[in-house]
Design a protein around this ligand. Structure first.
Ligand SMILES: Nc1ncnc2c1ncn2[C@@H]1O[C@H](COP(=O)(O)OP(=O)(O)OP(=O)(O)O)[C@@H](O)[C@H]1O
Ligand SMILES: [Mg+2]
Length: 283
């Protein structure tokens, strides 16, 4: 099951009606159970790509295959049964008057009983730490709270594949870590396949298996975080940067001559490398 390709994206081009050529030559395979990141600066094409994968936009030239079928041949209902998309802006997604009504909308439409829907709504809101907000009016929520409610709405439906457009943008630091923890649990324990757009370079190496870097509508690099985050210059090229801890170690190695072997991407890896260097210095 692990190696089964769920999504096969082959977009030769996508042009918006105003003539903006937003995608060129995109090839992405997403396998069952993967947690894949789309990393790119503002305007690099992340949202466009997720909307094409979800069938909301049609590539000018190219195809998106979902479980081996061209999504053009699927009804939107058939796509949404398997794939859920979280919009970048929660105001584009939320529409019901209250939090619980909004989160209940998806599961109600899927035909679950009232009791099942209520259980799903409560569980999903608890998962995103919004359990106390069931009757709260949507328009009174803060931006980060709206974002959490959007994610709860998707969790309550239980999709096999989630497309997340910057799910942590606007969340506070603890909320960001908790949200990523929740997504990782969904992915590892719930076997949910996830494609997530982000420009949060510090978070990526902690949580993602594989990433694609987008720049000006093209894929410029792909691989594990170790393969993709190499030198500051490569990242500046695509208007990104290394994770801050990696930037520090890179400078200590290349500008101050400290003998680091590899470039740590997380605080944990950096700590181990520094302790190893100190032990060697005392030996
Ligand atoms: N509806 C539209 N009509 C015309 N051009 C558009 C439209 N939506 C996006 N674009 C353009 O397509 C390109 C890619 O935009 P997109 O929103 O996909 O980028 P993004 O990587 O999601 O950026 P951000 O990090 O700011 O969310 C940009 O040049 C943008 O101006
Ligand atoms: Mg976007």
């Amino acid at each position: 099951m692990e190696d089964v390709v769920r999504l096969r994206v082959a977009i030769d081009s996508f042009v918006y009606p105003d003539g903006t050529a937003a995608m060129h030559d995109i090839r992405i395979d997403v396998k069952n159970g993967e947690f894949v990141g789309l990393l790119g600066s503002n305007g690099s094409g992340k949202t466009t790509l997720l909307r094409i994968i979800d069938g909301l936009l049609k590539p000018s030239k190219g195809t998106v295959m979902l479980d081996g079928t061209d999504i053009r041949k699927l009804s939107s209902k058939e796509i949404y049964r398997k794939v859920g998309l979280i919009f970048q802006n929660p105001d584009d997604q939320l529409f019901a008057p209250t939090v619980s009504e909004d989160v209940a909308f998806g599961p109600l439409n899927m035909g679950f009983s009232k009791e099942e829907v209520m259980a799903r709504v409560k569980k999903a809101l608890a998962d995103v730490e919004m359990g106390g907000y069931l009757d709260k009016s949507i328009h009174t929520l803060s931006f980060g709270q709206k974002k959490r409610v959007c994610i709860a709405g998707l969790l309550a439906m239980g999709h096999e594949i989630l497309l997340l457009d910057e799910p942590t943008a606007g969340l506070d630091p603890m909320g960001e870590y908790k949200m990523m923890g929740l997504l990782v649990r969904l992915n590892r324990e719930g076997r949910v396949t996830i494609v997530m757009a982000t420009h949060s370079v510090d978070l990526v190496p902690l949580f993602l298996d594989r990433l694609y870097i987008l720049s000006k509508g093209r894929l410029v690099r792909s691989g594990s975080p170790e393969e993709v985050f190499t030198a500051p210059r490569d990242m500046e090229h695509v208007r990104l940067r290394l994770p801050q801890i990696a930037e520090l170690i890179y400078k200590l190695k290349h500008e101050d001559g400290l003998p680091f072997e590899k470039l740590p991407l997380t605080i944990g890896e950096a700590r181990r490398e520094i302790l190893r260097l100190m032990e060697n210095a005392h030996a």
